[in-house]
Design a binder for this molecule. Sequence first.
Ligand code: C6P
Length: 407
Amino acid sequence: MKSWEEIRQDFPILNVKINGKPLIYLDSAASSQKPVQVLQSYCGFCEQRYANVHRGIHTLGESATSDYEAARETVAKFVHAPTKDGLIFTRGTTESINLVARSYGHKFIKHGQAIVLTPMEHHANLIPWQLVAKAVGAELRFWPMQEDGTLDFEKGRKLLDNSVAMLCFTHISNVLGTVNPVREMIELAHQVGAKVLVDGAQAVPHMPVDLTELDADFYAFSGHKMLGPTGIGVLWGRPEVLNDMDPFLTGGEMIREVWLDHATWNEIPYKFEAGTPAIAEAVSMAAAARYLTEIGMERVHEHGRGLAKQAYARLSEIEDLTVYGPSEERGALATFNIEGIHPHDIAAILDGDGVAIRAGHHCAQPLMRWLGVAATARASFYIYNSESDIDVLVEAIRTTKKVLQHA
Ligand code: C6P
């Protein structure tokens, strides 16, 4: 078993100096860094086995197709999907959710029905549903939150009646770190006949996810947050639901037969993979899944939870600093503000010390309003971070406070 220090050595970018200081990368919730195993997978595929997929009869075309389909199988296994046929490669979580909103929402959600969301959704899991609601005349309802940033289960369950067509929510909040009770929420929604979409962008990289056990109808996540490349992600959908949906984009491998005035569709998942897919990206996303599996997702989860707990405790000790979200059971991040200092200024000063954090609204403006702030600073952790990174963060924040609060 590799030690955390050995794991850290797998990430070449961590040797880069930022402003003359060692890089302390605390922005993995935005996008993770890549281990050499994933980089080699990408380059190796392009150097030795690259061709388009599902088209060429030639040797390379066949090996690329078999690598691409093997990647589908690996990623499906990584999230314990009931079947790989429901696993559609997309460009990422955002595209996956838009696919469902367009191809399921516009077709099956009817006038007068309701779509239930939460106030902690990333814009990617809010705006597509606003558009569906507007187009079909559906109502948007919001599952209330408690003061600590967890969902109010009792109030929320009362929203779920027979008029609810769809429940869409995030597995882990990218701002609060709240881990939602996914299994229970899915069960409640299914009891009233609603379909469920879970945004797993912040969960799949950090914890074991078992799609068979969760029983969601749709589950979305991105490759680039789980050590893989950008431009690749997943929508897992229940095959019988996907079969009833119309295509999202058209052209390429998604057809069965085409006439001048109409066309018929390929079987799933190909029906939803129009055009040339992100082939090398899918192959190296599978390499990322293998890398994480080798470490063990339970171990990854424990590590992230430990760092989040420590960050929460250490940051809470700093005067004038507010940490948002629940104190217990949180995702691998800590979002905060310091009284009288703009989060962009915090991020800029920390950058001078080589510490990369994110500042802004984190694509969750309604949640910022709920918190009563315009923006926040956020430190997020992954397998290459250690407790000493939190020491550097805390020290850099103390310096920032001295510089800016005096100014
Ligand atoms: N959140 C963050 O810094 P894409 O960009 O499609 O890979 O993922 C979108 C997305 C959807 N849902 C959640 C919960 C997310 O956190 C994200 C991406 C990044 O928090 C970029 S805004």
